[in-house]
Design a protein around this ligand. Structure first.
Ligand code: BGC
Length: 505
C-alpha cells in the first residue's frame, strides 16, 4: 500500500466514523426525554409502531430464598436452551443444560416445524439429563408427577396472563410467518402432550423479565433493589416494574389475571422499538442499507443501532463499500481469497466469501478491532496498535489477514459503531431510572444485565455509564447505580416465573 493509499483509506474511515458520532450539547438528555414520552404513550395505548410496553403479569420479585426444581426453556435470537434449574434458596442455583444454535432454516420455517423442533430438543435434553422421567412418562404416565416448566421467549408477546401470550411479531433473524398471532406456549404444550410428556408449561416470560427476576434472586448482599432487567445481546430490551394505575391500557379482563393484592406489574418495554419513526435516533446511510435487508424493515430501529445482530453487519456493509471503491483489500492475496468462501463459512456450504454474505460478520469482529485499538483512548492514530486477535478473526471471516493499515482504518470505524451503540444503550436505562423515580426512594439501585454484547464487547458497560453521566442523572446519580450480570438470567428467570405462576413468589 503506498503512503497515499494509506492516507486516503484512513481519511475515508474517519469520515465514515464521523457519521456514527452522536450530536453533543444535550442530545442524550433530549433523547431520554423522548424515550420517556414514547414509553408513557405505550403504557396507555396499543400502538403497533410505538414502544410496546407489554404487561408481563409478573408482579412479585424473588428474595433469594426461593427453592425448587424446574425445567426452563429459553429461546433467544441465537440459541434454544433446555435446562433443569435447581433453586437452592440461598441466592444460588445449579443448572444442567443443553444449548444449540437455532439454524436459519428453522428460523424461516413454519409454526409446525418450529414447535416440533422445540419438542425434539426437549426430548434430547431429557434423554441426557432425566432419562428416568422419560421412562416413567412412557410406562406409567398416570403416576408420573408433573414437572413444571417456565419458558423464556425473547420476542414480543401480547400477554393476557402469565401463561398466555400471542406473538406480536418476530424480531432479530426470525420470520416464521404463520406463528404471528399464535399462542406459542399453548402450541408447545399441545406438542408436549401429544408426545406423552408430563410437562406443564406454567409461565412464559421475556428474557428481560427473566434477567430482572434472576438478578433480584442472586445479587450480592448490599446491592440496592434491582429495578431494571436488560439485555444487550443479539437483540436489546429492558423490563422494570410499573404501578398498575399507570398501565392504563389494561382492561378489566386483564386486570382480573393480576395476582391478588398486587399493585404493580413488570413491563417488558421492548425498547428495541424505541423511535421507529426516527424522530431522534440517528439514521446514517449505513443504517438505511442495513434496515432494508432485515426481515422487519422500519421496526426495531433502536435495536438495529445497538445490538449484536447488527454491529457486525454494519461493519460488513462498510467494508463492501470501501472494497468496491478500491480502498480496502486490494492486495493480490486479498483479491484471491475473496473469490472463495472464508474458513468460518465454507462449512456452511456458502459459495461466496463472507464479505458478500449479509449477516455473516459476527459482532465479535468490530468488538475485537475496537478492543485492540488505541482509538477509544486517544485519537492520535499512531498505527502501533497490536491487532493480533483482529488478524485472526478477520482471517476466519474472510480467508486472509488484512494489513496493519487496513486494520487501523477498520478499527476507527469499529470504535465509532461500538461507541454509538453503547451511548444509545444508556438512553432507555436513564429513561427507566428517571421515570420510576427510584433514586428518590432508595440510596442505591441495581440493574441486572445479560447478553453477549454487554458481557464481551470491550468497555461496553463503561461507555454506558459514561453516557448516563451526560443525562439528567449526572455523575452523582450514576454513582448510586450498580449494574451486574445476571448469570443464567433466562434459565433461572424461567424457573422463577414457573414458581411465581404457582403463587409461590
Ligand atoms: C426482542 C425482545 C428481547 C430482546 C433481547 C428483541 O429483539 O424483541 O423481546 O427481549 O431482543 O433478546
Amino acid at each position: 500500500m503506498t503512503q497515499q493509499d494509506q492516507n486516503q483509506l484512513m481519511e475515508t474511515a474517519k469520515t465514515i466514523a464521523d457519521q456514527f458520532k452522536l450530536p453533543e450539547n444535550g442530545y442524550l438528555q433530549k433523547t431520554v426525554e423522548e424515550y420517556v414520552k414514547q414509553s408513557l404513550h405505550g403504557l396507555a395505548h396499543q400502538d403497533p409502531v410505538g414502544i410496546p410496553m407489554l404487561p408481563s403479569f409478573v408482579s412479585s420479585m424473588p428474595t433469594g430464598k426461593e427453592k425448587g426444581t424446574f425445567l426452563a426453556l429459553d429461546l433467544g435470537g441465537t440459541n434454544f436452551r433446555v435446562c433443569l434449574v435447581k433453586l437452592l434458596g440461598n441466592s444460588k442455583h445449579t443448572i444442567d443444560q443443553i444449548k444449540e444454535a437455532v439454524n436459519p432454516e428453522i428460523m424461516a420455517s413454519d409454526m409446525k416445524t418450529f414447535i416440533s423442533h422445540l419438542g425434539d430438543r426437549i426430548v434430547s435434553f431429557l434423554e441426557i439429563y432425566y432419562q428416568s422421567f422419560l421412562e416413567q412418562c412412557a410406562h406409567d404416565p398416570e403416576s408420573t408427577p408433573e414437572l413444571k416448566a417456565g419458558f423464556t421467549f425473547s420476542f414480543p408477546l401480547h400477554q393476557t396472563a402469565v401463561n398466555r401470550g400471542t406473538l406480536i411479531r418476530w424480531t432479530k433473524g426470525y420470520s416464521i410467518n404463520d406463528a404471528v398471532g399464535k399462542d406459542i406456549l399453548q402450541a408447545l404444550q399441545q406438542e408436549l402432550d401429544s408426545r406423552g410428556l408430563r410437562l406443564h408449561l406454567t409461565a412464559v416470560i421475556n428474557d428481560t423479565v427473566g434477567t430482572l427476576l434472576t438478578r433480584s434472586y442472586s445479587k450480592p448482599v448490599g446491592c440496592g433493589p434491582t429495578i431494571i432487567g436488560c439485555i444487550f445481546g443479539t437483540g436489546t430490551n429492558g423490563a422494570y416494574s410499573e404501578p398498575l394505575a399507570n398501565i392504563t391500557k389494561l382492561g378489566a379482563e386483564e386486570l382480573a389475571h393480576v395476582a391478588p393484592g398486587k399493585d404493580s406489574m413488570v413491563i417488558n418495554t421492548e425498547w428495541g422499538a424505541f423511535d421507529n419513526a426516527l424522530k431522534v435516533i440517528p439514521n446514517c446511510k449505513y443504517d438505511k442499507l442495513l434496515d432494508a435487508n432485515t426481515p422487519n424493515p422500519g421496526f426495531h430501529m433502536f435495536e438495529k443501532r445497538v445490538s449484536g445482530m447488527f454491529l457486525g453487519e454494519l461493519l460488513r456493509i462498510i467494508m463492501v463499500e470501501l472494497h468496491d471503491a478500491g480502498l480496502l483489500f486490494t492486495t493480490n492475496e486479498a483479491l484471491e481469497a475473496l473469490k472463495y468462501p472464508s474458513p468460518a463459512h465454507a462449512k456452511d456450504g456458502k459459495t461466496q466469501n463472507a464479505l458478500r454474505v449479509p449477516w455473516s460478520m459476527n459482532t465479535a469482529v468490530p468488538a475485537t478491532l475496537d478492543g485492540e485499538s488505541n482509538n477509544n483512548n486517544n485519537n492520535n492514530n499512531n498505527n502501533n496498535d497490536d491487532f493480533t486477535h483482529s488478524r485472526k478473526i478477520m482471517y476466519e471471516h474472510l480467508g486472509f489477514e488484512p494489513n496493519q493499515d487496513e486494520l487501523a482504518a477498520l478499527s476507527v470505524i469499529a470504535c465509532a459503531i461500538g461507541k454509538r451503540a453503547a451511548y444509545l444503550s444508556a438512553v432507555p436505562l436513564a429513561g427507566a431510572v428517571l421515570h420510576s423515580r427510584a433514586l428518590e426512594r432508595f440510596d442505591t439501585i441495581d440493574v441486572g444485565a445479560d447478553g453477549s454484547v454487554i458481557e464481551h464487547y470491550p468497555r461496553f458497560q463503561e461507555m454506558i455509564f459514561e453516557a448516563l453521566e451526560q443525562t439528567e442523572l449526572g455523575s452523582k446519580g450514576v454513582a448510586r447505580i450498580t449494574m451486574g450480570i445476571a448469570k443464567d438470567g433466562s434459565g433461572v428467570g424461567a424457573a422463577l416465573c414457573a414458581l411465581e405462576a404457582e403463587g409461590c413468589l
